[in-house]
Design a protein around this ligand. Structure first.
Ligand SMILES: O=C(CO)[C@@H](O)[C@H](O)COP(=O)(O)O
Ligand SMILES: [Fe+2]
Length: 220
């Protein structure tokens, strides 16, 4: 298929009182990206990350929860300057300004991505993937955004299959309820970037879970 697995533990499930050691612990366990759902702490967190060599090597995936009242555009510059390598915004809240967002994200040296909620039809992201300046990743939400530990919605795999068929080399990410019992569904549907919160942070051996997630994507 040609797409690489990227395992992105969601910091939303980490111990916020110990963000530093949590981030180190999870990168030492083999994570490719850190996935940070945007909230007040996010720009500061990324500023901190950018000052540590270990994190410069890692991709720091930023996920814009703009439907929660945070305006994606307002965050782009702050996160770009802080050293984030990717910025994903929601299609539902960016109908009028997605072109501006993509340009702004790219001008900050970050990879633009678009996310869609479970109720949003897949066709809404096609114009963004096929644009002259396109997004480089589509994130299919497999739970309603909000918090970690929710149940994976298997019906979302239809969206992943449709995307993979239409765009064989696109980065396709899934977020919500991913872990050892659901990864094979996502991987066989064609997802190659896996966000996982509680299954990684809640494990006694996060490295084993990360490696299991990666192997499943590689096998598929
Ligand atoms: O974006 C979200 C929730 O809004 C996620 O990134 C969750 O943090 C994933 O957590 P798990 O479902 O894997 O526990
Ligand atoms: Fe997320």
């Amino acid at each position: 298929m040609g797409v690489m697995p990227n395992i992105a533990p969601s910091m939303l499930s980490s111990d916020f009182a110990n963000l530093s050691s949590e981030a180190h612990r999870i990168l030492d366990s083999g994570a490719d990206w850190l996935h940070m759902d945007i909230m007040a702490i996010c720009p500061q967190f990324n500023h901190w990350c950018s000052r540590h060599r270990k994190f410069e090597k890692a991709h720091i995936g930023i996920f814009g929860l703009s439907h929660d009242g945070y305006k994606s555009l307002d965050y782009v510059e702050a996160l770009g300057k802080a050293g984030a390598s990717g910025f994903t915004f929601h299609v539902e809240t960016s109908k009028d300004n997605w072109q501006e967002l993509i340009e702004s994200i790219k001008s900050q040296g970050m990879r633009p991505g678009v996310a869609l909620n479970p109720g949003t039809p897949i066709g809404e992201v096609y114009p963004l993937v096929e644009a002259e300046k396109p997004v480089e990743m589509v994130l299919v939400m497999t739970v309603e955004p909000g918090f970690g530990g929710q149940k994976f919605i298997p019906e979302m795999m239809d969206k992943v299959r449709i995307l993979r068929k239409r765009y064989p080399s696109l980065d396709i990410e899934v977020d919500g309820g991913l872990g050892p019992s659901t990864i094979d569904m996502a991987a066989s549907a064609g997802a190659n970037c896996i966000v996982a919160g509680s299954s990684v942070f809640g494990a006694s051996e996060p490295a084993e879970v990360i490696s299991l997630l990666r192997n499943s994507v590689q096998k598929a």
